[in-house]
Structures are given as C-alpha cells and as structure tokens.
Design a protein around this ligand. Structure first.
Ligand code: AAO
Length: 478
C-alpha cells in the first residue's frame, strides 16, 4: 500500500515536467526541418543505438506556402490548419515515424504552434501544404475551421495591432507577434480545437510538446489547454503518463513577463543558458548566471532561431559555424547535470552578411544534416543522477569536473598545451576517451587514460586539437 501511494505521488509530482524518456536516457535532439522518412531511419540506425531519449520535430501541421522569399524555413511557423501534411511529409509518414522511433525507445516531441495562425498579409487561396482554403484578410481558415471571431484583435490596443512594447504584458499576449494572426485562446471553441489537434498527436504516440511563443499566451490559457490533454498512448507508455510540456519563453531579464509565470504549466526553455555558456567558452567569464531551477529548465547551446540571428541571444550564441567552440559548448552542456538537454541538428546554408546582418537567414532546408555528439549523449546517460564533483581549473580556461564516480571531463580552451594530473573520482583502471574515439571490444580507438588507485589521472591536451577536450566514463573502461 505504501509503495502504491509512493507511485501515485511520484506520478503526480512529475507530471508534465517529466521527459518520459526510456529509463537510462537523458537527452533529446532537435531534427530541424528533417523529413519524417529520414527521421524514422535515423531512429533505427543511429539515435536508438546511441542512447538518445527523444527528438523535437518541426511543426507537422499544415502551413502557408510562402513564395517570397521562396519557401523559407519559417513558413512552418504560420499554421493554416491542424491537418498533418507539411514539407516533412504526409500523415502516413508521420505515423510510421512515430511508431518506428517509439519502438526503439526514441520518443517524439512536437513543435506546437498554437498561439497564432499565418501572417495577416498571407493573402487568400489554397497556397497551403494540404491545400486547405484560407483567407488571412478575413481571418477564415476552412481547414479548422476558424473565423474572425476566433482571433484577439478586439483586445489589442496598439495602433497597428502589433506588439510594440515588450514591457506591456497585455500587448505581448493580445497583440500580433510579427504580424501573425493571434488566436483568442480564452475561447472554449479555440481551446477545444487546439486540444483536439494535440490529442490527435498523442493518440498517434507523441510524448510531448514544445509550445511555440508561449510568452505570447496567458499562462492560464495554456493551463486550460493542458488540462484537456489525454494521457500518453499506452502502447508505449505506462497508463496515466502525462505529455512533457516545454514552453518557449525568452526571458533574458528586463521584460514585463518572466519565465517563472510558466513553471506551473511545465518546463521552460532557458535562453540564458546558451548565451552565458557562449560567453564562457569565448572566455568572457561573467557575473552570476541566475538560471531557473534545474527541474524546470530545458537547455540548449543554440536553437533554430538564434542559430541564424532570429530570436534571442545575439552574438554570444555558439553554432556549428564555429565548430571547435561549438563542440566544447555541447560537450560541457551534456557533461553538466543542469536541466533537460537538447542538442541541435540543422542544415548549412550560404551566409551573406550585409551591414552585419545575414540576409540569407530565411533559407529553407536541403534534406541533409550535420553534427555528431553521440558519445557525449551516452556519457550523460551514464552519469545521470550523479553529483557535480571534483571541479578543477587552472585559474583560466582549462577546466575539469566529474560526475560522482561515473564520469570525468577535461577541457583545454587555452592557447597553450595542457599537461595536468587531476583527481577524477573514478575507480582505478584504463578508460577510453569518448571524444577522440571510443571503447571497441577490449581496446580504445582513441586516447587512453589511466586512473590510479587514488583516482588521479594525467591528461595531456594539445592547444591545437580540433576537439580540445577528453571525456571518460565507467561504461568506456577496459
Ligand atoms: C515571418 C517574417 C516576418 C513576418 C511574419 C508574418 O520574418 O517579417 O512579419 O513572417 O508574415 C519564425 C521567424 C519569424 C517569422 C515567423 C513566421 O523567426 O521571422 O516571421 O517564424 O513565419 C519573439 C518571440 C518568440 C519567437 C521569436 C522569433 O517571443 O516566441 O520572436 N520564437 C518562436 C519561434 C520562431 C517563430 C515564432 C516564434 C513564430 O521559435 O521560429 O518565428 O511562430 C526579444 C523578446 C523575445 C522576442 C525577440 C525577437 O528578445 O524578448 O520574446 O522573441 O525579441 O523579437 C536581446 C534581448 C532579448 C530580445 C533580443 C532580440 O537578446 O535580451 O530579450 O535581444 O531583440
């Protein structure tokens, strides 16, 4: 009986904060603009075997087709209906992906665009990804259906209907974000349509949602919609499991709305993390970090916006364009215990800077990807739940830390070579560095590290290494 009560309590207390990852898995990857057929194959071939817990996928529902500029990535942030056809694929392909990924323990988290529909200048017709008729001028969306009664314009008091001042809570939540038609989420009808959309995804087997533009929705409206959501599909999840909710709220401080207003609904994207981490890796050590509580945070080095100069974070954000620093940042994040971690898999585009701004920031996807962090994801799984221990630094940019007696990581971000003997906290033995290689059978394919009976080990890292860090853990011990 006691045991039963404990379970009930744990179930309730975790609720929408729980990632629902399969036991032993800790991280998700954002497969930005990937196609469903490619993701299904990626789950089976790579993400499952390499310990990934989940995937944030691009919005699966019908969106406007933007032709000027030609088919930018961001058209998917302009919904036309909740039918499941998009550039990533058809509904059948989406269902097949969810089934195949779930079967190998990699769960799907949908980027849900529920704050708004398309931009007010989107025109009228069937230039939408499933061919549904809409008229942005009269606010008619036949595929849902929504009419002009379902939007917020009557509550917005700015001269042009736009958010003009982020210091005014009412504007941020009742007016249009960059011209996007703002849904009236206090209406029972609208709440019902959104909940039906999300519940359809849950029934297919989806494990949770990123709520796009959550700052632009009233926390109480979000809470009502969450209360209408079903438990996850029991084909893959224990009965009574709630979907993970993580809300996109950009809070770098200094605005009227703070991230903490959303903690009651679920986790929140911690944008300070990538900004501060970027500063640290760029060697601009700064003031106290002031992050939200770890059990409320979803963290990332970069996201699809700030990777290309949209959203928040500015120049300090690390991206694949600076691969060496980027890998340091991603490895640090995955080794450190804070938050639920999300790595990024996007695509390369040709940049063109005009007056310091990339005028190619709109370019849409090819069908390939880049980026590999598989061994650090396994590191994070291996050290999950272990304390942050054995911190060491040289007073500058050589740092090291451990995770209990399960893992240890060392970074040399100085312009000179590192040679240091450090206390790792690990059991004695020979360990394979999982950055330069890995353990294969009875040998290491890269650097080997010998930990003595007192737990100390010598680390040498060249300042010219492309990956100037070494990571060892107990599952890569010979
Ligand atoms: C496109 C066109 C527009 C056109 C519109 C409609 O670009 O010109 O008007 O269509 O036709 C994405 C793209 C948009 C695109 C949109 C729709 O990024 O360019 O518009 O799809 O296709 C705010 C929101 C945040 C949002 C972010 C981009 O709060 O929710 O803007 N992110 C999500 C998605 C994003 C998507 C949308 C929302 C819309 O991730 O991909 O847009 O679905 C401040 C505020 C932030 C605010 C930023 C940017 O940040 O705090 O809340 O984010 O400004 O406006 C310092 C400050 C920091 C500040 C930052 C930037 O870092 O510390 O607080 O500077 O000023």
């Amino acid at each position: 009986m006691k045991l039963l009560l404990l379970f009930v309590f744990v179930g309730l207390s975790c609720a929408q904060y729980n990632t629902n990852f399969r036991a032993g898995r800790t991280s998700m990857v954002h497969l930005f603009e990937w196609r469903w057929v490619d993701i299904a194959a990626e789950c089976e071939r790579y993400l499952g075997p390499n310990g990934f817990g989940g995937i944030q996928v691009s919005p699966p529902n019908e969106n406007i087709i933007v032709s000027n500029p030609w088919r930018p990535w961001y058209e998917r942030y302009q919904p036309v209906s909740y039918k499941l056809c998009s550039r990533s694929g058809t509904e059948a392909q989406f269902r097949d992906m969810v089934t195949r990924c779930n079967n190998v323990g990699v769960y799907i988290y949908v980027d849900a665009i529920i704050n708004h529909m398309c931009g007010s200048g989107g025109g009228a017709g069937t230039h939408s990804t499933c061919g549904s008729y809409f008229n942005a001028g009269t606010k008619e969306f036949s595929g849902v259906p929504y009419s002009s009664l379902d939007f917020n314009d009557n509550k917005c008091y700015t001269s042009n209907g736009e958010i003009q001042n982020y210091g005014d809570v009412n504007q941020v939540r009742n007016c249009r974000l960059v011209g996007l038609l703002d849904l009236a989420l206090e209406k029972d009808y609208v709440r019902g349509k959104i909940a039906a959309f999300l519940n359809n995804l849950i029934s297919i087997g989806v494990a949770g949602f990123r709520l796009d533009a959550a700052k632009h929705m009233w926390p109480g409206d979000i809470s009502n919609i969450i209360s209408r959501l079903s438990n996850l599909n029991t084909q893959w999840f224990p009965s009574g499991t709630r979907p993970l909710i993580f809300q996109e709220v950009i809070d770098l401080g200094g605005e009227a709305i703070s991230a903490s207003e959303y903690y009651g609904n679920g986790r929140v994207t911690e944008f300070k993390y990538g900004a501060k981490l970027g500063n640290v890796v760029r060697k601009n050590w700064g003031e106290g970090w002031g992050f939200m509580p770890s059990n409320r945070a979803l963290v990332f080095v970069d996201n699809h916006d700030n990777q290309r100069g949209h959203g928040a974070g500015g120049a300090s954000i690390l991206t694949f364009w600076e691969s060496r620093l980027y890998k340091i940042g991603v490895a640090f994040m995955l080794a450190h215990p804070y938050g639920v971690t999300r790595v990024m898999s996007s695509y390369r585009w040709s940049r063109n800077f005009v007056n310091g701004k990339d005028v190619n920031d709109w370019i849409g996807p090819p069908s390939n990807s880049d980026g590999s962090t598989k061994n650090m994801v396994i590191f994070r799984n291996t050290v999950d739940g272990q304390a942050f221990t054995n911190w060491w630094d040289n007073g500058g940019n050589q740092i090291a830390f451990g995770r209990g007696n399960r893992g240890f990581i060392v970074f040399n971000n100085e312009s000179w070579n590192m040679d240091a003997t450090l206390n790792t906290g690990l059991p004695a033995g020979t360990y394979c560095d999982v950055i330069s290689g890995q353990k294969e059978g009875t040998r290491c394919t890269g650097v080997q590290v010998t930990v003595s009976s007192t737990g100390s080990a010598r680390f040498t890292i060249s300042s010219s290494a492309e990956d100037p860090f070494i990571a060892i853990h107990v599952n890569a011990k010979l």
